[in-house]
Design a binder for this molecule. Structure first.
Ligand SMILES: O=C(O)CCC(=O)C(=O)O
Length: 265
């Protein structure tokens, strides 16, 4: 399987419309890949809170249209990262879109864990409630999560319980916590015996330098590829069957003890 992670630079000197056109062209250039992955909220930048409202779009808005066409032009599965989605009631969500090689929407996922504590995304956007997996016929099952979700192992366990073998994590992770990003991507891969494809942004928006350093980790925790800090296309080839082999050879997932009593005392 060949995957390309497009680590897009999100800077304020480029308009949302210009970036959308540029990213669509980059996706088209990935013809021949099986899966292409974009970062979180790459139209505005994940920290551009003041831009969310103006840039919000219905699920089937301009980013949906551009990415559906780019996926079918390239003939690739496309995890198009996330967009600020406005639902029919006016509520915003951080919503990921996954397209099939025919350009059909295979899945959408509203980010469950919103970042910002008492400000930013956490107050501006609603929370998703449903973990999402996507079956790529004859290949593997994707489990999707977004940025801050990476800190919550129980979500990833739910995805694995639903059959996920490749965990895809678009992000807009800040440079100041880059060490956490790398560590958590490896931890989620090791504990779930799954591939992790984590695609971040580069550049600086809203005064927040982005970490870049998109990363692909195999089910044994080995880093197969890692980007640098700037805009980059990270391409990697791997065998999804390694998930089943790893889980068979080192069957730790089978030793899970569920439903423990709360500690006494
Ligand atoms: O958890 C972090 O350190 C970063 C999370 C984040 O930036 C996000 O979810 O947008």
């Amino acid at each position: 399987m060949r995957a390309s992670l497009l680590q897009i630079a999100v800077n304020e000197d480029e308009t949302v419309e210009a970036r959308r056109l540029r990213v669509a062209a980059l996706v088209r250039e990935q013809a021949g890949a099986d899966l292409v992955v974009l970062p979180e909220l790459w139209t505005t930048g994940a920290f551009a809170f003041e831009a969310f409202d103006a840039a919000a779009e219905p699920l089937r808005g301009p980013t949906y249209e551009a990415m559906a066409k780019a996926a079918s032009d390239a003939g690739v599965w496309l995890h198009a990262g996330s967009v600020p989605e406005r639902d029919p009631d006016g509520r915003l969500y951080n919503t990921s879109l996954v397209f099939s090689p025919a350009g059909d929407l295979a899945a959408s996922y509203r980010k469950i864990h919103r970042f910002g504590f008492d400000k930013g995304e956490a107050v501006l956007m609603g929370a998703g409630r449903e973990p999402v997996t996507v079956r790529l016929p004859d290949t593997a099952t994707l489990g999707v999560a977004t940025c801050y979700d990476l800190r919550f192992p129980e979500l990833f366990r739910a995805l694995v319980d639903a059959g996920a073998e490749i965990l895809v994590v678009p992000a807009g992770w800040p440079e100041r916590r880059r060490a956490h990003w790398t560590l958590l991507a490896q931890a989620r891969a090791v504990e779930n015996q799954a591939f992790v494809l984590a695609c971040g942004t580069a550049g600086t928006h809203a005064g927040v330098p982005q970490a870049g350093h998109s990363i692909v980790v195999d089910p044994w925790g080995e880093v197969l590829a890692e980007a640098g800090p700037d805009e980059e296309i990270l391409t990697v080839e791997f065998d999804p069957a390694k998930v089943a082999r790893t889980r068979e050879q080192f069957p730790a997932l089978k030793d899970r003890v569920l439903g423990l009593e709360p500690p006494r005392g």
